[in-house]
Design a protein around this ligand. Structure first.
Ligand SMILES: C[S@@+](CC[C@H](N)C(=O)[O-])C[C@H]1O[C@@H](n2cnc3c(N)ncnc32)[C@H](O)[C@@H]1O
Length: 222
């Protein structure tokens, strides 16, 4: 990416943050160092892949650099201001403007399960209920052995422990970088028992949301 394009992305991102700081939750796009860690365990054969909250597409580019086919990417972005640029930059990818918390209802993959989910979502500014919906939705599409890669600016995994427990998931920190604004860590979130969770079991219905997620929202996975 040229310096001019990087500067234009920064301004685009910064303006989005000014108009919606909670949703965008960062003043600048992630850096290349974080993008490398986020995609370090992804291989070409892992497609199809879902990316949540791609923004200007920093992680998308890193996925392509690792050999993932653009046609194997589904980019889920809630911010309308990012959609046109994503479609123009990654014309072969599927770009969906939607809330990642509605993944289950959206039924976006009929056949082949996905190998990984890359998430740039600002989980720290989301409610526990919303985080649970996003994770449960993502794992309905995941093949056995697949994982979500999530970064955070916080000192621990941004998914509260009760949510991990409730969904039968575990979180492991796979790396971090100070060469990012701000410094960030990356967590791999995967199933504790790969075949235990079926699509039906992971449907996160309101009637099942009886664990006290709010009370535990300060706790973390690892
Ligand atoms: C911290 S930025 C990360 C952007 C990009 N991945 C990066 O690292 O530079 C968070 C992104 O998630 C998007 N986002 C926030 N809430 C979302 C939601 N509920 N569903 C989908 N995208 C969301 C924002 O619009 C923004 O693009």
């Amino acid at each position: 990416m040229t310096a001019k394009a990087a500067c234009s992305d920064f301004l685009h991102f910064f303006r989005s943050w000014v108009s919606n700081p909670l949703r965008v939750a960062a003043i600048a796009p992630s850096g290349d160092s974080l993008a490398r860690i986020m995609t370090s365990e992804i291989a070409a054969l892992d497609g199809p892949i879902i990316e949540l909250g791609p923004g200007t597409g920093v992680f998308t580019r890193a996925l392509l650099a690792r050999g993932i086919s653009e046609a194997d990417l589904t980019l889920i972005e809630y911010g309308p201001e990012f959609i046109d640029a994503l479609q123009a930059r990654f014309p072969a990818a599927r770009v969906l403007q939607m809330d990642a918390a509605h993944l289950v209802q959206a039924d976006i993959f009929e056949d082949e399960p996905v190998g990984a989910v890359i998430s740039g979502l600002p989980l720290l500014s989301m409610s526990p209920r919303k985080i649970a919906s996003i994770l449960a939705g993502a794992f309905t599409y995941m093949r056995p052995g697949g994982a979500i890669y999530q970064f955070t600016y916080g000192p621990r995994c941004p998914v509260p422990r009760p949510i991990l427990d409730r969904l039968g998931l575990k979180a492991v920190r796979i790396g971090g970088t100070v060469r990012n604004l701000p410094p960030a860590s990356v967590y791999r979130i995967s199933r504790r028992k790969p075949l235990e969770l079926s699509r039906e079991r992971l449907r996160y219905r309101d009637s099942e949301a009886d664990i006290d997620l709010v009370a535990f929202s300060g706790e973390t996975g690892s």
